[in-house]
Design a protein around this ligand. Structure first.
Ligand code: HEC
Length: 504
């Protein structure tokens, strides 16, 4: 165990001030290290005016114990987490940290200290799977530079009331920032690039704001998947294969997607070649996709600047795009009640991807539209349709409202309780929160469909648990599965049993 500095109580205020002062620049966040709850946004106030009329302050307040732990270059962040009690703030000084950090305690703030632009770097060396995994509630992860991991930059596994902000995530595997099965969270001011699947992936979650992020050079920029009540606002999303996506992946345990507000984003030149893992859902996204809404309901698109996306500016569609992902009898495939308010759309559709070109050719078109609805929904609305080149919007009416300015945030004012282990079967929680990040029931995600695993393992949950702890490479056309050794034996076995039981 390396040396760790633990400072408790009154000294904390001083120490905090010292580091803040020494950094030479005002860090983005000032955390009050007294016994008061920490305020999520106390510094610039930028988040408080996310929407022109925002009168509601977006903040999450989680309890802080007043304990401060400082990790220096050469020490281990995981050791600090192990030594921390719930509510601690762990400050990580600039340096290089070659490790995976698991946070299973509540109200931990993992906060990088940036000095003259020098970040604490979590370096995966192309060997490690994940940089930060948290399952605690009230976890904050901020000010880290994360690079060269194979799996996730920051992944939440059923943690609620989370804040992930001000991180740099570069060339880091499959998912950059991936809160899975979380409720009430903020993902803001992150810079994420070079991700094989989704740079920011809100999966099976509720009440999450994704705001002020810069996301580029990835397959999917921002993905809101099987989630409800999400605000995607003021992000700069460029040079991905697809910019902003709201959709249902068929075969995940949570079946619905809806109430997603995509507002005031720049969605520009998302024409990157698709470099997703072949066969994965996102490998079907045509290059040149600005905004894509697949099967997700009540999506409102307002105030965005959507330009230079070579296939289509905005697409509303059902599962037809999901290709081999087929279907889920429990997920309704239509993108119900789409609403398109005022957006600027320019120069989209100039050079459609082959799949889109083929569809257009059948309609004697060569350029992609600003907006397409491939289903032809009859419950949608659009403002000023004459300004845009559209296909399939014949049944849309004029919207009855022209602004969503009354909505400032989808986060909830009070922290929500943790998902209680007593209420939820441990195996179900682990399967939903961890395995379902890569395994859907009937469709291929990162890993093979659960159905196939069930056929292979029948009544051998021990075999699954054993494989999950020490996976070996089996399939040529899939990546390797990362070991799930961060779960204890009992949880792994419970997840395995649940995996054999699920039926959809
Ligand atoms: C980060 C993605 C990811 C996560 C998370 C994940 N898996 Fe996998 N899993 C894979 C991939 C990829 C494969 C295919 C590996 C191969 O064929 O070499 C796989 C394959 C498997 C297999 C098939 C083994 C065989 O004999 O063919 C089992 C069983 C399995 N996973 C169980 C689990 C369980 C249980 C969990 C949760 C505790 C889990 N996985 C979490 C990606 C993942």
């Amino acid at each position: 165990m390396s040396k760790i500095t633990i400072i408790i109580g009154a000294a904390v205020l001083l120490a905090g001030g010292y580091y803040l002062g020494k950094s030479g620049q005002q860090p983005a966040t000032v955390i009050k290290l007294d016994s008061e709850p920490k305020a999520a946004f106390t510094s610039s106030g930028a988040e408080e005016v996310a929407s022109a009329s925002a009168s509601v302050v977006r903040s999450l307040v989680t309890p802080s114990s007043g304990e401060l732990i400082v990790v220096r270059d050469g020490e281990s962040i995981q050791d600090a987490v192990a030594a921390a009690s719930p509510g601690a703030v762990i400050k990580v000084m600039p340096g290089t940290y070659k490790e995976t950090v698991y946070i299973d305690k509540d109200n931990i703030t993992l906060s990088g200290v940036i000095e003259q632009g020098r970040y604490p770097v979590l370096e995966g060396e192309g060997l490690r799977n994940d940089a930060v995994l948290y399952s605690g509630n009230g976890v904050t992860v901020e000010n880290l530079y994360i690079t060269h991991y194979k799996g996730n930059g920051v992944m939440g596994q059923a943690g609620n009331n989370f804040i992930i902000r001000n991180n740099y995530i570069v060339d880091t595997g499959v998912y950059g920032i991936f809160p899975q099965l979380g409720k009430n969270g903020i993902v803001s001011h992150n810079i994420v690039s070079g991700i094989e699947d989704a740079a920011i992936y809100v999966g099976m979650s509720d009440n999450v704001d994704v705001v002020f992020n810069q996301v580029f050079d990835s397959v999917a920029g921002i993905e809101i998947e099987n989630s409800r009540h999400s605000l995607v606002e003021s992000n700069f999303v460029y040079n991905n294969t697809g910019g902003i996506l709201a959709f249902i992946t068929p075969g995940l345990p949570i079946k619905s997607c809806g109430d997603v507000l995509i507002r005031n984003n720049f969605v520009v030149d998302n024409n990157h070649e698709n470099f997703a893992i072949p066969g994965s859902l996102v490998s079907n996204i045509p290059a040149g996709t600005g905004v894509l809404v697949m099967a997700c309901d009540d999506v409102v698109i307002e105030g965005n600047i959507i330009t230079g996306n070579n296939s289509v500016g905005i697409t509303f569609t059902d599962f037809s795009l999901a290709g081999n992902a087929a279907n889920d009898p429990d997920s309704e495939p239509n993108p119900n009640r789409p609403k398109i308010l005022n957006n600027i759309m320019q120069d989209n559709g100039k050079d459609p991807a082959p799949a889109v070109r083929a569809v257009l050719a059948a309609m004697l078109e060569t350029t992609g539209p600003d907006i397409v609805d491939t289903v032809g929904m009859d419950d949608g609305c659009i403002l000023n349709p004459e300004r845009f080149r559209t296909i399939g919007l014949g049944k849309y009416t004029e919207c009855e409202f022209s602004t969503t300015a009354n909505v400032a945030s989808y986060t909830l004012p009070e922290p929500v309780p943790a998902r209680s282990m007593e209420d939820v079967d441990k195996g179900k929680l682990a399967y939903y929160g961890v395995c379902a990040g890569c395994h859907a029931y009937s469709s291929r995600m990162i890993g093979p469909p659960t159905q196939i695993i069930q056929a292979l393992y029948m009544d051998n949950p021990e075999g699954i648990a054993e494989y999950a702890a020490n996976p070996v490479k089996k399939r040529e056309d899939y990546p390797s599965m990362p070991p799930q050794s961060h779960l204890d034996d009992e949880t792994r076995l419970a997840a395995a049993k649940f995996m054999l039981k699920v039926t959809k």
